[in-house]
Design a protein around this ligand. Structure first.
Ligand code: FMN
Length: 267
């Protein structure tokens, strides 16, 4: 076949495309277990930090040590709709994101509740109870919702009063670097500590303010400083908090928990 032949040009393009696609596929398949392992370690690290169980000196903390701490946590699956513990699902293997995408395991969110713009969610969620002796110290909840460009995923730890925020983390998002990604800054996340969700009348008051919160103001107890140039992402965060701590989110579980305090699993 002559070098000037159009057929030869097409054949070469086809072979190059085929070789490249095989290389990309092989790389994607062979790296998948590493990616999954990284995701598991990453989430475990965030949860252990929220549980306030991270050792002071993390320089020598191996992945195995981290997983050992993580596996000691009292993880439980809850039925978000009924607010009860779901004993038939294993918290270590249950995957809330997969469930939200599989028929029979997800719940369509009615439009009037869907402030986080999720469309649907899993019926179940894994939560983590952090114990101090026989008393609950913190409860860690998974949260997610729509930001400006992406779904934002995080965890929030509440204190035993089920109202005061102990800590928050956002471990995955696709917002603009330097703008929406400010939600991942530890300095900003630390401002959530001590803020409350509900006021004395039961109104969900927590929100990200549009500007700096005045410490002496009445709202300071419920509000976190706004993020300059990232008001859209910040209001996405407010919305996801209102969804997850609203009636269609964790409210039934929180009600159940305050009426029926759980007993430590290994008792
Ligand atoms: C290319 C581009 C990317 C942006 N990315 C984000 C973002 O990730 N999150 C966000 O809240 N605002 C983002 N913005 C800015 C919003 O459009 C909007 O101006 C901003 O959220 C308003 O915040 P401010 O009231 O603090 O200025 C982006 C704007 C542009 C032009």
């Amino acid at each position: 076949m002559s070098n000037d032949s159009p057929l030869k040009a097409i054949l070469v393009v086809f072979i190059v495309a085929l070789v490249c696609s095989i290389m990309v596929s092989v790389a994607a398949v062979s790296l998948r277990p590493y990616q999954l392992a990284h995701q598991i370690f990453n989430r475990a690290e965030h949860i252990v930090k929220l549980a306030d169980l991270m050792p002071a000196n993390t320089d020598t903390l191996s992945k195995k040590d981290l997983m050992d701490i993580f596996l000691q946590l009292d993880a439980r699956v809850i039925d978000i709709d009924t607010g009860r513990f779901e004993k038939n699902l294993n918290p270590l293997t249950f995957d809330q994101r997969k469930a939200a995408a599989s028929l029979g395991h997800y719940v369509t969110i009615p439009a009037e509740y869907d402030v986080a713009h999720l469309g649907r969610r899993s019926q179940f969620a894994t939560i983590y109870l952090v114990w101090d002796g026989e008393q609950i110290k913190r409860i860690i909840f998974p949260i997610h919702g729509q930001g400006m460009w992406s779904t934002i995923y995080g965890y929030i730890a509440l204190q035993a009063d089920l109202n005061t925020i102990a800590a928050v983390t956002f471990y995955e998002q696709g917002e603009t670097p330097g703008l929406g990604t400010q939600i991942q800054l530890p300095g900003w996340q630390s401002k959530w500590q001590g803020r409350q969700l509900w006021d004395g009348t039961g109104e969900l008051r927590f929100r990200i303010a549009t500007e700096r919160v005045v410490p002496e103001s009445m709202a300071a107890r419920y509000e976190v400083d706004g993020l300059s140039g990232a008001t859209v992402t910040a209001s996405g965060v407010t919305n996801l908090m209102h969804y997850w701590f609203g009636e269609h989110g964790f409210q039934p579980f929180l009600r159940y928990l305050s009426e029926t305090p759980p007993i430590r699993a290994n008792n």
